[in-house]
Write a protein that binds this ligand. Structure first.
Ligand code: SF4
Length: 300
């Protein structure tokens, strides 16, 4: 099996529909939660990709958004807090033919699991990581998360946050992620296209989704406010192969809402799986044939 081609090829099978990816579980998110739009976008992207559910593994951490694999018919693993990425990498290495998605919230990805992000990026596994960034810990009833804006008042920060937020876009760009994008359920079809493009990219693809928490989130992060301020990167004339321009635009995180692809490395670097296969093949080539090894035992 040629891992390099298996990893990157996502053949279209027009028979797959959105319905094929919906599980029987009814989401228990609060009515109006942005994650409803995200899961719809994921269904749509997967239907367009056309791989059947049994060829897909969807891994998450812990949090409201980490329930998402259970709402799909793909293989799912709702893992430990912050550990979606290491598990997703292990699954991709063990079963390179699977299409592997990882997902979770901003706290799961950039606080509790924050140490895994740079190491995943530098290994470049062929997986897609979707972060539902609502800038709050929702499941535990509204505490500051790593992406909460400075000044945010919560149950644990009555005077307002005194910390600068993590910028997820700059974070992954700085470590060399070859595909970095942002979307919002305020534009569900646009988000579906972004996720589809991320899945098709041959390497580590990161999608930050500004997914509002209607229960604990700030007014400014809600769908209505997002619709008023969102701008597509395409409408700004952004060239996604321009890394420096991507860095410049990513600095607007927290004040602007840019959607689309910030960076797509036009020369995809080798994936972790392809490098592992290359080493394995080199080792197999250098290994002594079995007959020669047996001869050595017989002679001595
Ligand atoms: Fe969504 Fe917030 Fe409710 Fe969690 S608490 S389900 S993030 S609206």
């Amino acid at each position: 099996m040629n891992l390099a081609t298996v990893e990157t090829r996502q053949p279209a099978r027009p028979n797959c529909t959105v319905k094929d990816f919906k599980s029987d579980l009814k989401p228990i998110w609060c009515p109006g939660c942005g994650d409803f739009g995200v899961v719809q976008a994921i269904y749509r992207a997967l239907a367009n990709i056309g791989r059947p559910p049994h060829e897909i593994a969807f891994i998450s951490g812990i949090g409201c958004s980490s329930r998402i694999p259970g709402y799909t018919t793909a293989y799912g693993f709702n893992s430990v807090h912050g550990r979606a990425l290491p598990i997703a990498q292990g699954i991709k290495l063990a079963s390179p033919e699977l299409l592997v998605l990882a997902a979770g919230g901003d706290g799961d990805g950039f606080s509790i699991g924050g140490g895994h992000v740079p190491h995943t990026v530098r290994r470049n596994p062929d997986i897609t990581y979707i972060v539902m960034d609502n800038q709050i810990y929702g499941l535990t009833k509204g505490q500051l998360s790593p992406t909460s804006p400075r000044g945010t008042k919560t149950v644990t920060s009555g005077l307002g946050s005194l910390e600068n937020p993590v910028n997820p876009l700059l974070y992954v760009l700085a470590y060399g992620a070859p595909f970095v994008a942002q979307g919002t359920p305020a534009d569900m079809p646009g988000l579906a296209s972004i996720i589809e493009e991320a899945i098709r990219y041959p390497g580590f693809a990161f999608v930050n989704v500004q997914s509002p928490c209607v229960t604990y989130g700030d007014e400014e992060q809600q769908i209505k406010a997002q619709k008023a301020k969102m701008k597509t990167l395409a409408s700004l004339g952004h060239d996604p192969s321009n890394l420096l321009a991507a860095f410049n635009l990513a600095q607007g995180y927290g004040t602007e809402l840019h959607t689309g692809v910030f960076y797509r490395n036009p020369a995809p670097p080798p994936t972790l799986g392809a490098l592992v296969l290359e080493r394995q093949q080199a080792m197999a080539k250098d290994a002594l044939p079995r007959e020669r090894i047996l001869d050595m035992f017989v002679q001595h």
